[in-house]
Design a protein. Structure first.
Length: 252
């Protein structure tokens, strides 16, 4: 994963991540009591929602900070520390669910992740997920790239945002049958008058490692806000230009 999480700020200012995840839950078609792994469960809010749908849900995440929040919030749910690209389960499950996680995994590691998910599922098991798809945050990354270049820095895109075709191919190569796929725009309201800058500070950390001074960092953020105000700020509210890739596949 390409990030170090700030669990408190993630839960207080970026709760839309799990609120929007409710739509993905609807893709699961399971009997009550079915076992479900929430892969990249973060603060556990959607693991809890899976429980509320009657499933025997457990969570896994690579962030000890977010898992601590999940365990404190939902002490009756089992949460395990684990890497989505390198995990095994003691028993296979009926379904694997994931929201807003896979764009953090480099393209080269996606087949490893899909192999782990395949092994974690019973034959016929369901895999339902959503993450950033092709074109996600295109305007934000274009503005960052321009602001970096103006100061002599190369902006390295830290996310993986595939097309439906690309990801369906990976799923099929890993032994899944794709039964649903959608790529759709979902402009997402950000919190507060500095919503865009806060979003960048929270989620786009690794490209800034090469920026040499705090003054340059601040100037890049200011320039991005100036460049994007006309497109992404409406009546004083900032919106991120999200594009979601939502899919369901069956383990063959
Ligand atoms: C997303 O959910 O699409 C996303 C969130 C933070 C950074 C990049 C993508």
């Amino acid at each position: 994963m390409n990030i170090q999480w700030d669990a408190d700020r993630y839960t207080s200012n970026f709760s839309f991540v799990h609120q929007y995840g409710q739509g993905v839950l609807e893709l699961l078609d399971l009997a009550p009591g079915s076992s479900v792994l929430d892969l990249g469960c973060g603060n556990g809010a959607l693991t809890k929602a899976l429980r509320e749908k009657g499933y025997a849900a457990s969570g896994m995440d690579a962030s000890a900070e977010l898992l601590a929040v999940a365990r404190q919030s939902y002490p009756d749910i089992e949460f395990a520390l684990g890497d989505a690209t390198d995990f095994t389960l003691p028993e296979p499950v009926d379904a694997v669910f994931s929201n807003a996680v896979f764009h953090w995994i480099d393209a080269e590691r996606q087949p490893d992740m899909l192999r782990c998910v395949h092994e974690a599922l019973k034959p016929g098991g369901q895999f339902a997920f959503e993450f950033g798809g092709h074109g996600n945050n295109r305007r934000i990354h274009a503005a960052l790239s321009a602001a970096f270049a103006e100061r002599g820095y190369a902006y390295r895109m830290p996310f993986y945002f595939p097309t439906i075709g690309e990801y369906a191919g990976l799923l099929e190569a890993a032994g899944f049958r794709v039964t649903f796929a959608a790529l759709f725009d979902r402009p997402t309201e950000l919190v507060g008058p500095d919503g865009l800058k806060d979003w960048i500070r929270m989620f786009v950390k690794t490209p800034f490692a090469i920026v040499e001074s705090e003054a340059d960092r601040a100037a890049i953020l200011d320039q991005c806000a100036d460049m994007l105000r006309g497109e992404l700020c409406v009546d004083g509210k900032w919106y991120a230009d999200y594009v979601r890739l939502r899919m369901k596949a069956i383990r063959e």
